[in-house]
Design a protein around this ligand. Structure first.
Ligand SMILES: Nc1nc2c(ncn2[C@@H]2O[C@H](COP(=O)(O)OP(=O)(O)OP(=O)(O)O)[C@@H](O)[C@H]2O)c(=O)[nH]1
Ligand SMILES: [Mg+2]
Length: 204
C-alpha cells in the first residue's frame, strides 16, 4: 500500500518558536539553544496508532533576522495540508509579522490555516492576549491555538487533533470515491461548514 503523506508548513518570524514546536512534536525534544541554520528543516513523524503507512512531514522555514516576509514560491504550498503561522505571545512584533506572512499565502483550496501563539510558559511576559489572537484569527478564517514547546503544553494534543481530522477527512474522501466501501465505519462529517466562532478557534 502506498504511504499516506501529510504535509504541514510552519511560517512565522525569526525566533517565534517554529523549530522548537516541530522538534517537540516530532521528536519530543526541546533545547534553549537558538540555531542559526538557514533554509528549510524537514522532520517526519509516524502514527502507528492511526495508520502505519502514514507519514507526516513538517517543513519548518527559517526566517532571516531583520527580514521582511519572503515571497514564497507556489511549489512550497503544493501538497500541503495545513499551514501554521507562529508568533511569540511575548513579542508584539512577531504578532504583527503574522499578517505579512498570511498575505504571502496563495488562495489555495483545501489547505487549513492555523495561527499558533508560542512560549505560553512565559505568562508573566505575555503581551498578546488570547482574545486578541482569536479575534485576529477570525479575520482570516483561521483557527488559533497556543503552546509551549519548552514546557510541553498543548503541543501534542493540538497537532494530534489536526492530524486526526485531516486523516479522517482523507479516508472519507477515499470512501466516497469507492462506492463498494462507502458503508465503512470510519467517522463521517456530514455537517455543512458554519462561520467560525470564538470557541471554534481553540483546539485543546
Ligand atoms: N520560554 C520558551 N522559549 C521558547 C519556546 N519555544 C522556543 N523558545 C526559544 O525561542 C528561541 C527561538 O526558537 P526557535 O524554535 O529556534 O525559533 P524559530 O521560529 O525556529 O526561529 P528561526 O528558525 O530563526 O526562524 C530559542 O531560544 C528557543 O529556545 C517556549 O515554548 N518557551
Ligand atoms: Mg527555526
Amino acid at each position: 500500500m502506498d504511504p499516506v503523506l501529510l504535509r504541514f508548513i510552519f511560517f512565522g518570524q525569526w525566533g517565534s518558536g517554529k523549530t522548537s514546536a516541530s522538534t517537540r512534536y516530532c521528536e519530543d525534544h526541546y533545547s534553549d539553544h537558538y540555531s542559526v541554520h538557514v533554509g528549510i528543516d524537514f522532520r517526519i513523524k509516524r502514527f502507528n496508532n492511526l495508520d502505519p503507512n502514514m507519514i507526516l512531514q513538517v517543513w519548518d522555514k527559517k526566517t532571516h533576522r531583520g527580514s521582511r516576509t519572503d515571497i514564497y514560491p507556489l511549489i512550497l504550498f503544493r501538497d500541503a495540508n495545513a499551514i501554521f503561522v507562529f508568533f511569540d505571545v511575548t513579542n508584539r512584533e512577531s504578532f504583527d509579522f503574522v499578517e505579512q506572512e498570511i498575505q504571502q499565502i496563495p488562495p489555495l483550496h483545501d489547505i487549513e490555516l492555523y495561527i499558533v501563539g508560542t512560549k505560553i510558559d512565559l505568562e508573566t511576559k505575555r503581551i498578546i492576549s488570547r482574545e486578541e489572537a482569536i479575534e485576529f484569527a477570525q479575520k482570516y478564517t483561521a483557527k488559533y491555538f497556543e503552546i509551549s514547546a519548552k514546557e510541553n503544553i498543548n503541543v501534542h494534543q493540538s497537532f494530534d487533533n489536526i492530524v486526526k481530522s485531516i486523516f479522517f477527512k482523507k479516508i472519507n474522501e477515499f470512501s466516497e470515491s469507492q462506492p463498494s466501501i462507502a458503508t465503512s465505519t470510519t467517522p463521517t462529517n456530514t455537517s455543512t461548514p458554519t462561520p467560525i466562532t470564538k470557541s471554534d478557534c481553540i483546539i485543546q
